[in-house]
Ligand binder design. Structure first.
Ligand SMILES: [Zn+2]
Length: 146
């Protein structure tokens, strides 16, 4: 069934999606894109935390990208495929100046232009590798000698 998104006016077709999800879009009268980002707006309104089977994630918006930063994972006990970005360490400098480190970060992608007012960055930037070393998050690797 085709319908018009109440947020952006785009045509959406429930037949493009699995039955349950198509029905959810129709009920919300939203296209997939608006439905996806309206959920992120709701997360922000609800306090910027998300609890699921991976733990309690902090919602981070940095450089207009949307992330979920879960608690640190011991990579000796968990397979890389179950950890965001294969266990790569991210250290966000939040707007309040605090540092948020996670090796289990999942990215939801770039925030669309029209959602940037509703979903403003809450992190100033990511720390560079040198800054992560300075702050003690990582030990500097020995220089590569070819
Ligand atoms: Zn839409």
């Amino acid at each position: 069934m085709e319908f018009t998104c109440r947020k952006c006016g785009k045509r959406e077709d429930t037949r493009d999606w699995m039955d349950d999800f198509g029905a959810e879009l129709l009920e919300a009268k939203m296209c997939q894109t608006c439905h996806f980002w309206e959920e992120k707006v709701l997360w922000k309104i609800l306090g910027g935390k998300l609890s699921d089977n991976r733990g309690v994630a902090t919602v981070v918006r940095c450089n207009n990208n949307h992330y979920l930063a879960y608690p640190m994972v011991d990579m000796k006990t968990v397979g890389r495929q179950f950890v965001g970005h294969g266990g790569g360490l991210f250290v966000f400098k939040m707007l309040d100046g605090t540092l948020l480190a996670s090796n289990n970060v999942w990215c939801q992608g770039p925030i669309p232009e029209k959602y940037r007012t509703l979903l403003p960055n809450n992190a100033e930037r990511l720390l560079t590798y040198d800054e992560m070393v300075e702050q003690g998050f990582v030990k500097r690797m020995a220089p590569f000698v070819g």
